[in-house]
Each structure stands twice: as C-alpha cells, then as structure tokens.
Design a protein around this ligand. Structure first.
Ligand code: CA2
Length: 145
C-alpha cells in the first residue's frame, strides 16, 4: 500500500515569516502556516511531518532519505529555488513526487526569481497563493500518493 505520510520542507529564511516583508509574504508566522497544514492533513486523513532548514545540505539529505518514510514531498525551496542544482538533483534521484510551492508569485517579481531549478525536477509548481499555496500543495500531493 502507498505510504500516506507527506514531508513538508521549508527552505531558508522561512522561519522569519510574519516578522518582515508582510506585503510580499503575508502576516502569518511559520508556526501558523504549519498549523493550517496539519489541520488540512487531518481533514484529508494524511500524516504530515513539517521541517524547516536554512542549510542546503540538510535539505538535500532530508530529500534523499524521504522515500524510506514518505510518499510525497512538498517543498518551498525559498532562495535555493533559483540557485540549487543540488536540490534539483536530489529531487530527480528519489522515486517519490515533489511538489514545489511558493508563497509569492515568483513569476511576477524580480527577473532572477523567474527561473526555478527545482521546477525542472518537481511534478508541478504552485506559486502566488500565500499560505494557501501549501494547502493546494497538500491536496496535489494527496493525489500523487
Ligand atoms: O515566495 C516564496 O515562497 C519564496 O520561495 C520565498 C523566498 C524567495 O527567495 C523565493 O524567491 C520565493 C524567500 C523566503 C524568505 O522569507 C522571508 C520571510 C520574511 C522575511 C524575510 C524573508
């Protein structure tokens, strides 16, 4: 039977949510977003584990290890979206689906944010719906299990 557990990964600086730049990222803290993710997961009958790291290598390791325990990954790679071939390669190397999410619409911002290395390996990208992006990502991940 497919594993029902989903791993949600938040990348660098997302621990600062709610404290700075609310006009771009909203007023919810990471803890509040995580509470919304857990509430929806409960409603959908899914198990979720949520982690945040500022460290690219740690995110790579978590992605590599994910198939042992999880059926899908929801990833907001934050600034590593635009720089990290290591994350792209890790996502390509694991046999479970990864859904890329962003709070802001990366295509409506600075030029450098328009390219995502992660998108080249992810199943799809959800961008620009605020904290709802994670909830849409969870529904998409549920379909992938
Ligand atoms: O919109 C998103 O979710 C991003 O992944 C957020 C990243 C950004 O580099 C991506 O281009 C788009 C930035 C996360 C940093 O979040 C902060 C939150 C509050 C204060 C400062 C940074």
């Amino acid at each position: 039977m497919a594993k029902k557990k989903i791993l949600v990964l938040h990348g660098p600086n997302l621990n600062l949510l709610g404290k700075r730049q609310p006009e771009i990222y909203g007023r919810l803290t990471l803890q509040q977003i995580n509470a919304q993710i857990r509430a929806l997961a409960k409603e959908l009958g899914l198990n979720v584990e949520v982690r945040q790291s500022n460290d690219e290598g740690e995110l790579v390791t978590w992605i590599q290890q994910a198939p042992k325990e999880f059926g899908a990954i929801i990833l907001n790679p934050a600034a590593y979206t635009h720089t990290s071939i290591a994350l792209k390669d890790a996502i390509s190397a694991v046999e479970i689906p990864t859904i890329e999410v962003h709070i802001s619409n990366i295509h409506k911002r600075e030029e450098f944010r328009k390219h995502s290395f992660v998108a080249e390996a992810a199943v799809g990208q959800i961008t620009g719906f605020g904290a709802q992006s994670y909830l849409l990502g969870l529904r998409a991940a549920a379909q992938q299990l």
